[in-house]
Design a protein around this ligand. Structure first.
Ligand SMILES: Nc1ncnc2c1ncn2[C@@H]1O[C@H](COP(=O)(O)OP(=O)(O)O)[C@@H](O)[C@H]1O
Ligand SMILES: [Mg+2]
Length: 521
């Protein structure tokens, strides 16, 4: 029964998308069966379509569909390795702003979490200062007179998100099983990532933990301030942290009027980001202006730790080596890094790859330093690597996307900001530390431990390896763990039969769903 309901919702979702003309690009519409085209046409009937950009149309549809779909859109916006520039840039217009829920509801949450005497815990509790689809933030004072930010989850949000998650999962399965062309996008895995992130957001203790972790690892990044979490008061639905007495970067006028050195701030944002990623392997992955503050003494404050990115030692090293290679315009070396790591299969030639890398690097470095974007360079690099059969780990794409965000903010602060000059010392420091003599000794110890573990696990691994070796030769080593998944893909075939039954049964509901969308949506 639940499946039927979910299927029904899926159809409703599809119709909202069709209504915004965001489902199928017009150029492919001719390929659809007549019935489907008719439904699309009916869904759009009578609607003037002003928006030309397909990504923007999709963004509006997703906003209408609610928080889970907004999140899906935010993740889709990071997939510029697969989606067109138009869609990706249109998706950047996604807005996660909502009417705040009432002060009464907010106080009810406090009552539920801290009991009758919550007013002793928060002698003053102000109105909402910012409201999004999942949570909203209030300013409050604690008993000891401290000003704090209190972030509250929206009432009833879990039910809604859990429902959406089921719909998304079913949609992804159907798409993956029925449209072979979609497999490159790996819809099921993609929705898994989105789902994981959505469910994490439903527990503010996880956000508090991310904040604490970032604060803990970044003691060497002294210019960055992460608000202190008030752990004894943190609950699943309530996050309490120090209020940052600083100017939000969204308030450019106030910033300009202040004495804060804008150039220094512009430098601090991307360099601290790079240092988080390279030196510590963990970074704040939602660095738009709304989540950043400038202190009077020039330090940078960060909030909103819902999404953190992690990159393991191997990817950090890869990242540092390619950035270093590009800095020195040593394309051959950058190419070799890809082959050595096994990222590009040896069915390709190093020199061909180096040539493609030169095509990425030269136009960029021909420009004056301030026009050189590291985020764009990585974006082009990833486009090229996919042509050479390299599978990218999603974390690297997340990093690239955040880099573009970060550079955008830095450029607003100082249009002449020279990102490469500012970043070079951080990249060089990493290379010297990890790949210099000291790094090599650490590596040897790591290798030895790896070897010992590998020998222990050998018998079980041998079977998998034989199969893997074949795929690796043919398709290259994928950075993600889907090589193993591919081995068990035959299971998907069995699921297909079940899905067909579902599809047949559910399609009877289609007409009812159309009615639902037209009269409720
Ligand atoms: N510690 C804080 N100090 C001051 N303002 C804060 C703090 N935390 C959040 N805010 C304000 O509330 C807004 C929303 O908080 P945020 O954590 O970014 O929520 P969301 O996940 O909804 O974007 C921020 O953009 C910021 O203006
Ligand atoms: Mg935010």
């Amino acid at each position: 029964m639940r499946k039927i309901l979910t299927f029904f919702r899926l159809i409703a979702t599809g119709l909202v998308l069709a209504r915004h003309d965001a489902l199928v690009p017009p150029e492919f519409r001719g390929l659809l069966p007549f019935g489907t085209r008719l439904i699309g046409w009916l869904a759009r009937f009578g609607l003037p379509l002003k928006e030309k950009n397909r990504g923007k149309r999709l963004a509006r549809a997703l906003e209408k569909l609610g928080p889970s779909y907004v999140k899906l859109g935010q993740f889709l916006a990071t997939r510029n390795d697969i989606l067109s520039e138009e869609v990706v840039s249109g998706l950047a217009s996604l807005k996660d702003k909502m009417q705040p829920f009432s002060q009464q509801q907010a106080e009810a949450i406090l009552l539920e979490n801290y009991g009758e005497n919550w007013q002793q815990i928060f002698p003053s509790f102000g109105p909402s200062v910012a409201a999004a689809s999942v949570a909203q933030v209030h300013q409050a004072k604690t008993a000891d007179g401290k000003t704090v930010a209190v972030k509250l989850l929206r009432p009833g949000i879990e039910t809604r998100i859990n429902r959406d998650v089921q719909t998304l999962q079913m949609g992804a399965r159907l798409v993956q099983n029925w449209f072979v062309a979609s497999r490159r996008l790996e819809p099921v895995r993609f929705v898994e990532t989105v789902t994981r992130s959505l469910l994490l957001e439903l527990d503010l203790r996880m956000e508090a933990a991310a904040a604490s972790e970032l604060a803990e690892v970044s003691t060497d990044i002294q210019q960055v301030v992460i608000p202190n979490m008030h752990w004894p008061l943190v609950r699943e639905r309530v996050l309490v942290m120090d209020w940052l007495e600083a100017t939000p970067l969204t308030d450019m006028d106030k910033l300009r009027r202040s004495k804060i050195d804008m150039n220094q701030l512009a430098e601090l944002i991307p360099t601290s980001f790079l240092s988080f990623a390279l030196d510590h392997g963990v970074f704040h992955a939602d660095l738009h202006e709304g989540n950043m503050f400038a202190f009077a003494d020039g330090r940078l404050g960060l909030v909103d730790f819902g999404i953190v990115g992690r990159i393991g030692p191997a990817q950090r090293r890869y990242l540092a080596e390619i950035l270093y290679g590009f800095l020195r315009q040593d394309y051959r070396r950058v190419a070799e890094v890809h082959f050595e790591a096994g990222y590009v299969p040896d069915t390709h030639l190093v020199d061909d790859f180096a040539q493609a890398l030169r095509a990425v690097g030269e136009p960029v470095f021909g420009k004056t330093a301030k026009d050189v974007s590291m985020g764009q360079l990585l974006l082009h690099l990833f486009a090229v690597t996919s042509r050479f059969d390299m599978h990218l780990r999603p974390e690297l794409v997340l990093l690239q996307k955040t880099m573009v965000q970060v550079e955008g903010v830095a450029r607003t602060l100082n249009p002449d900001h020279d990102l490469w000059a500012a970043s070079a010392p951080i990249i060089e420091r990493y290379i010297k530390r990890e790949l210099g003599p000291e790094g090599i000794i650490n590596d040897m110890t790591d290798d030895f431990l790896d070897l010992r573990d590998a020998v222990r696990a050998l018998p079980a691994a041998i079977n998998d390896l034989t199969a893997l070796a074949k795929t690796t030769k043919a398709h290259g080593f994928s950075l993600d763990d889907d090589s193993l998944k591919r081995l068990s893909n035959w299971q998907a075939k069995a699921n297909r039969i079940r899905d067909f039954g579902l599809l047949a049964g559910g399609s009877g509901l289609l007409l009812t769903a159309i009615k639902f969308v037209f009269f409720n949506g």
